[in-house]
Design a protein around this ligand. Sequence first.
Ligand code: C2O
Ligand code: CU
Ligand code: CU
Length: 497
Amino acid sequence: MKRRQFLTLSGSSVAAVLLSRCASNNSTQARPSPTVISSQGGLLDLDLEALSINTTLSGRQFRLLGYNDRIPGPVLQAKPGDTVRVRFTNRIGQPTNLHYHGLHVPPTGNADNVFLKIPSGETLTYEFTLPENHPAGLFWYHPHYHGYVADQVFGGLAGVFIVRGELDEIPEIKAATEHVLLLKDYDPDAGRIGSRARTGMMGAHMAQMRGREGAVVTVNGEIQPTFNLPAGGLLRLRLLNASSSRFYRLSLEEHPFYLIATDGGAIPEPVELRELLLSPGERAEVLVRGDREPGQYRLLNLPYDRGGMGMMGGMMGRGPRGGMMGRGPRGSANATETLATVTYHGQTDVLPLPKTLIPVETLPEPTQTRRFLLNHGMNPGRGMVFLINGRAFDHQRIDTTVGLNTVEEWELVNTGVMDHPFHLHTNHFQITSVNGTPPPYRAWKDTVLVPFGQSVRIRIPFRDFVGKTVYHCHILDHEDLGMMGMLAIQDEVAIVK
Ligand code: C2O
Ligand code: CU
Ligand code: CU
C-alpha cells in the first residue's frame, strides 16, 4: 500500500483539482473510490482537509462535504502501537472537528477529544498512540462538534479507520478476499451549509425527529457496486453503517453470513446469520463462502421499522397503535433496497471457515449499576428535544462519574417511540442482556441498538484513560438535539477524596 497517496498527486492533478474548484463554485469534483493511507515504520502521518465537493450520483448533481477530494474520505490504516498524526484543516465554512469512533485512545488533549473546536480556515494536528493491545478491527472517523454533527455527517463527512492485527493473521481470514463497505446515504443539497432553512422549519423538525435519510444509498460512495467472490473462495465483508440515521437490515438473498467481528473486533468463533441489522455507527465483519451456483446475488437492505412514524399520528389521535408506546403504523418501514451485487464464480474446493477466532474475556461482576432512560420531549420554542434521564446535553454538566479500573453495568431503557442506537466513546463494552435474555455470543461493542419499548444491559470496563468523554444516540439528529451525556472517568484516588 502506498503511503500518503493523496500527497503524491502529480502537479497536473493538483492543477486539475484547482481548475475544477474554480469551475464549480469553489468546490472539488469527487473521485468515488477510497484511497488507503497506511502507517509506515510505526507512524500514520497525513494531511486531511474537510471541504465542499460536487459529485454526480444517479445522474444528479450532488453538493456534499468530503475529506480531501473524496467521498467517503480516505481509508486510514494503522497497527497497535502505531502513532497517528493527522494535520486536519477545516474548509467547510463552519466549525468542525474529528472523532475516531471506536478507537481506544485518550479522550483528551489532541487525541480523540470531541470538545475541540476547529473554526473554518484553521488547522489542528491530532496525535495519539494506539495501545499495544488495541484490538484489530474496523473503526471510523467523522465530525463531532455538538450541534453540527448531523448536518456534517449527513453532508458526507465520514471515513474508515482500520486497525490491522491478530484477527488479520488467522490463515483462513488472510486467504479471504477483503472489501470494506461503507454504507451511507446522500441527499443532493446536504453539503450546502445552512440549506436546512430552505426545507422550512416544519419540514426540518419532521426530518430531524426520526433523523434525516438521503435520497440515494451508496456503498463507498458508489451506487450498487459489484464485488467478486473468486471460485471456491471466501469473501470478507467489513461493513460500516456511516449513515446519520438510516438503518441497514442486510441480507445476501438468504445466503448465510458468518459473523467474525463486531464494533470492537473479533468474536470467539464464527456465527452463522441469515441477516444482519446495522444501526448507525455499528460495524460487523462477515465471511461469505463461494459455495453456491455461479451467478449474481444481491446485497439487500430489507424493510425494518425503527419507529417514530406513528408519533405524529399518535399525537393527532390517529392510527390503531399510534399511542406513545406502540409500534408505528403499517408501512412505516423502508422499502427493500439493493445495495450491491456479489458475483459468485464457482464452488469447487471451497475454502474452509476458521474454527475459532480470538477469545473475548469474561468481565467480572460490576461494582456499580446505573440506569439510563432514553426518551424525547418538547422544548417550548425549540421543538423536539431528545433526552437521557430527562436531560438534554449540556457541555458544562457532568452527568456520570466513574472510576478508572472499575467495571460497571448500565441498563439502557428506551421509553420512547423510536429506536436509539446508544454509543459510548473511549471504552468498549459487552452486551449482557436484551430484555433480560443474554446474547448468543460474547462480543465487544461501542454502539448498541436499543429498540423502542426495550431495555439492554451492557457491561463496561473503564481502562487506561481518564478524562471527560461522552455517550450518545448515534442517530445524529438526536445527538444534536440533546441525546448525549458527559462521562468523567476519574482516578480512584480522586473519587475517594
Ligand atoms: Cu460515531 Cu460520538 O460518535
Ligand atoms: Cu464515537
Ligand atoms: Cu436516537
